[in-house]
Design a protein around this ligand. Sequence first.
Ligand SMILES: NC(=O)c1ccc[n+]([C@@H]2O[C@H](COP(=O)([O-])OP(=O)(O)OC[C@H]3O[C@@H](n4cnc5c(N)ncnc54)[C@H](O)[C@@H]3O)[C@@H](O)[C@H]2O)c1
Ligand SMILES: O=C(O)C[C@H](O)C(=O)O
Length: 328
Amino acid sequence: MMKKPVRVAVTGAAGQIGYALLFRIASGEMLGKDQPVILQLLEIPDEKAQKALKGVMMELEDCAFPLLAGMEAHSDAMTAFKDTDYALLVGARPRGPGMERADLLAANAQIFTAQGKALNAVASRNVKVLVVGNPANTNAYIAMKSAPDLPRKNFTAMLRLDHNRALSQIAAKTGKPVASIKQMAVWGNHSPTMYADYRFATVEGAPVKDMINDQVWNKDVFLPTVGKRGAAIIEARGLSSAASAANAAIDHMRDWALGTNGAWVTMGVPSNGEYGIPKDVMFGYPVTCEGGEYKIVEGLPIDEFSQECINKTLAELQGEQDGVKHLL
Ligand SMILES: NC(=O)c1ccc[n+]([C@@H]2O[C@H](COP(=O)([O-])OP(=O)(O)OC[C@H]3O[C@@H](n4cnc5c(N)ncnc54)[C@H](O)[C@@H]3O)[C@@H](O)[C@H]2O)c1
Ligand SMILES: O=C(O)C[C@H](O)C(=O)O
């Protein structure tokens, strides 16, 4: 028997990430090839954006996806998020050359206050929320704080792109297939301060750290390459990453909904104090997922270098939180 359709809200649906995301959700790559979806698409109430959204919907229609059980265009979060089971908050201004993601805070923070309130009012009480719009951790924090009637754990930020970037860099360095690398972790903020950590990573049971055995490469090549990859793409493309970001969003939601079978992935989630991070800070952690819930991998040893890196990314996140206090 066919499953009951679930509602998936996507904001910024006519943007570049939206264009790389919606077709994959509708084809079943996110929630499974047996899960029909109803897309609830939000764009700003602007004639050009709404017209572009209509065009994307025409193309979705032309794909005749068997799993696409319905599709709606919205210009108001209060209708777009009605009863939604999943919410991918992508819509926000991207950064341009020379900007840091934190520079977007003022421009984007208000979007997430309003959208958090709308989720609070009308979404399914089990809604799974992924914030992609930058600065993603702090925007997710704002949305969570603006939705006091929803469980905190329902709000997450996207660090999966950083996780995937770290995997690819390690695959290139070790010459091992990307799929063979297990137990990667990225701690903290989706910003250059993030700490991509391969201390626990293995390939077929063998430690990656021993294969590389080069702390200078870790510090001077690996960490800056992963941390500044977003800027490198903006520099090369003239636009911020889109297909890889959409791919990471699919990975994040699929793993959260369908489970990881014990494998580690990275999600930005509200802290409950794990690893000394203050409660509610939206922090990148290694997690496993099962039965629609994520669980932070606990008890990992944190050496001095790692603690310094974690402190730095935490301090940045706390600074961002301070900067939006007046909105909450
Ligand atoms: N977390 C990550 O790893 C990651 C990766 C890539 C991009 N991003 C971020 O994702 C965001 C979107 O990037 P993009 O390249 O798709 O940008 P884009 O400019 O191509 O598209 C953004 C879309 O959002 C819409 N929008 C703006 N405000 C909105 C609102 N309040 N409600 C609904 N829609 C709204 C715009 O009209 C536009 O169509 C940016 O903030 C970017 O920095 C995050
Ligand atoms: O870096 C950006 O501004 C876009 C995105 O967050 C990325 O990491 O590619």
